[in-house]
Each structure stands twice: as structure tokens, then as C-alpha cells.
Ligand binder design. Sequence first.
Ligand code: 5GP
Ligand code: ZN
Length: 110
Amino acid sequence: MTDCLFCKIANKKTPAEIVYENDKVVVFKDIHPRAPIHLLIVPKKHITSVDHLELQDKELVGELILAAQKIAKEKKLNGYKLIINVGRSAGQVIDHLHLHLLSGEPAQLP
Ligand code: 5GP
Ligand code: ZN
């Protein structure tokens, strides 16, 4: 989607501190970190939220979690949280599916 911030970051139209990328997923630093490590794991395909996932996306959802595991291993994280906000009332402000990866203390839930 052309007017979606995370699509723009995935397409390199908007800058972000990208820490990992493959053909399906991009990972970058959250601009307002709530923990010493706060990354956003984002599918390159535009999906609005968990509520908008379709059966065909199930492998992609696995890719997001495996990207988190890979980064955690590479950074030797001593534990981490994975959070997905779904809908405004749960705190979702960007309407492009993303997984928050938070690690280190103190961590305030996003
Ligand atoms: P949500 O509240 O939708 O689950 O999470 C959206 C996250 O995106 C927030 O933690 C927010 O700080 C982050 N964010 C918003 N705008 C930008 C931006 O332009 N660049 C980056 N890197 N992160 C952003
Ligand atoms: Zn998007």
C-alpha cells in the first residue's frame, strides 16, 4: 500500500534502522523504544493486522517468529518478549502487521 508507513520502510521509500531483512520480512528499530532492544518485525506483504490474516499467510506468520528467533540468537539475547497489538483498543497504531521484539530491562509494554 503506497500510503502505509511500514510498506514504505519495507520498500526503502522511508528510512529506518534496518537490522535484518530477507525476501519476506524486514526488521528495524522502533523509533520510540520501550526497552533497550525494541525491534519491529514486519512482513513485506501488506497485511493490516492479525484480524486480516488469511489461511495462505500461515507460513508468513511462522517467518516472523523465526526472524525473531534468529535475531535473538545472533544478539545472544537473554530472554525477550514478542508482542502483537491487534486493533486500536489494544494499542495498534500502525495498520500493517508487526511483531514487537523487546529485550533488556526496563521494558514497558508497547
Ligand atoms: P503499534 O502500537 O502499532 O503496535 O506499534 C507501532 C510502533 O511503530 C510503535 O512502537 C512506534 O514507536 C513505531 N513507529 C511509529 N512510527 C515509526 C517510524 O516512522 N519509524 C519507526 N522505526 N518506528 C515507528
Ligand atoms: Zn503496509
